[in-house]
Ligand binder design. Structure first.
Ligand SMILES: [Zn+2]
Length: 327
């Protein structure tokens, strides 16, 4: 795990690779970020443009499958070019999820997609869990477009209509979050006053979103994900199990609203299962129900037709993956 390889490495390997005619045609169909380059020869400069605009990289490949399924490579950083995949557009509340399996890019529907609707993925990774202004900035810097998805439109409309209260509140709460990060990363338990502060901020978020419709409230709650995550962490550190369980539920709900079936969704679902098993017992109704939700989430990400055995192996992979990441 670790670093995304440099774009130049991919350009060099494309220049040296014995590409088939269909592969050359697929490459020629990709935008290089500049119309002059698109019309020119397939040289290093044009390939650099194509790779810059269309490649997909991650710091690690899919953790659960890498840990659970035989034949999967170690989860290291990677960068690749999948021409048909790179045609997919972005939404900050995507209806599909993608991840790398071996040398292939997998794309699964993450919600029911009506016939004729566009399949939309999330280009932003974890940054989809940030406020609209930051998402727009990241998309403009990384991909040179401004996002007009339902979530962005709803969040921007609040400002235009003069109801920027929730947006301003989120901004304020997130800067308070940043100021607390260090104290919550210490090995020693945080002072009780800190939990009080996080708890009060989580309540302020809930109050700020109370007048909104359910979809808008869920999207904005997701934009303030760092606070929800801090609330869980602070409650856990203080041994407030019931509160941690509730805060984790809110954290999970926010992720489900904007990046369903993402790896983070699975990690949080498994974390909640572990919390319920510890607090209420593995045979408790709550733990059993959550186990069912975890298996459903695994099937949502990796395919509805998975056998029970494979789904459980993948779930064990998620448990191992959770040891490697911060949620
Ligand atoms: Zn958007």
């Amino acid at each position: 795990m670790g670093q995304i390889p440099d774009c130049d490495e991919l350009v060099t390997s494309l220049l040296e690779a014995p590409l088939t005619t269909p592969q050359r045609e697929a490459l020629a169909g990709l935008h290089a970020g500049d119309e002059e380059l698109d019309a020119g020869p397939m040289d290093e400069e044009r390939l650099q443009g194509i790779v810059g605009v269309n490649s997909f990289g991650d710091e690690f490949s899919d953790l659960a499958s890498a840990f659970a399924l035989p034949g999967q490579p170690e989860p290291v950083g990677h960068l690749g070019l999948w021409p048909s995949f790179s045609m997919l557009n972005h939404s900050c509340a995507a209806n599909a999820v993608n991840f790398v399996l071996g040398r292939s890019m997998a794309v699964f529907a993450a919600r029911s997609i009506p016939q004729g609707s566009e399949v939309l993925i999330n280009y932003l990774g974890r940054s989809a869990l940030r406020p609209v202004a930051e998402r727009q900035e990241a998309l403009a810097a990384g991909y040179s477009f401004s996002c007009d998805c339902d979530r962005c439109r709803a969040e921007m409309l609040l400002g235009v209509q003069g109801h920027s209260g929730p947006l301003d509140c989120i901004q304020k709460l997130l800067s308070r979050c940043d100021a607390r990060t260090e104290a919550l990363c210490q090995p020693a338990p945080p002072p009780p006053a800190l939990l009080e502060e996080v708890r009060a901020d989580a309540a302020a978020l809930h109050a700020a979103l109370s007048g909104l419709g359910p979809a808008e409230a869920a999207w904005l709650r997701a934009s303030c994900y760092d606070l929800l995550s801090q609330h869980t962490a602070a409650a856990e550190a203080m041994g407030a199990g019931g509160e941690a369980e509730e805060a984790l539920g809110a954290q999970l709900g926010a992720v489900e609203a904007v990046t369903p079936h993402s790896d983070l969704h699975l990690f949080l679902a498994v974390k909640r299962l572990s919390l319920l098993q510890t607090r209420q017992g593995p045979d408790s109704q709550e733990a059993q129900e959550q186990m069912g939700r975890c298996v459903a989430a695994v099937r949502g990400r990796y395919g509805a037709g998975l056998s029970d055995g494979t789904a459980l192996r993948l779930l064990q992979g998620v448990v191992r993956g959770l040891e490697q990441v911060v949620v």
